[in-house]
Design a protein around this ligand. Sequence first.
Ligand code: SAH
Length: 249
Amino acid sequence: MSDDLTYLGGKLRLFVEAALGQGARVVIEEGQAHYVLHVMRAKAGDRLSLFNGSDGEWLAEVSETAKRTCTVECTQQIAPQSQVPDVWLVFAPVKKTPADYLTQKATELGVRVLQPVITRRTIVTRVNTERMRANAVEAAEQSGRVSVPEIREPLGFDKLLAAWPVERRILFCDEGGDAAPIAEALQKAPRGSWAVFTGPEGGFDPAERALLRSLPLVTPVSLGARILRADTAALAALAVWQSVCGDWH
Ligand code: SAH
């Protein structure tokens, strides 16, 4: 009797780069093969599910196993390709919370893009985007998404804003105290593409705040009277955005 790995102790879902479709055969290798073969102890006939960010999610059956690889065959599509709502997280990386923690949580919260930004007061200037990508894949697998967020290389504040896409609104988390409450601001704001924007431990410097507030596509918002750690603010703002503008309905 083959075990259905997609339900055995929770879903075994794997993100793969390969094209998926009826009868498509995918060779699972390296770390993923180790996990399937030696952690999940998959045998021929067992089933799991695959997604690749463009072909939806496919049930697949293990057709053969070798020491370091296993081959699976797509048998039926179990979810169409779908996109998460169009929200990015632009965040100044902070010391105490590794960016890959924030990546995991933001992935679960349905961001499309994670863009680290280096502001004047950002202490952390190096970000391990490879680790972030691995965390994004893992969080996407666990959360049931059929897409993995894009992890971009860090950019300086001025450079990022100089090249900012004109149609994407910025939800500027401004702890300065005179911004509108986030839920009210979002309820009144136009729908469309957004980016949550949070600063470093030391906050944005006056010139950065002035530049952000000068841009018509920026909506400064308050997350209440308490000062939140940057990662708390990012996740809280994403939660409110999903609830008011996103897919939490
Ligand atoms: N300058 C602050 C610390 C900044 S907190 C201080 O007085 O210590 C790091 C970032 O989290 C801020 O730049 C802002 O983007 C966000 N943030 C924290 N608390 C917030 C709040 N109550 N409202 C809006 N944004 C907040």
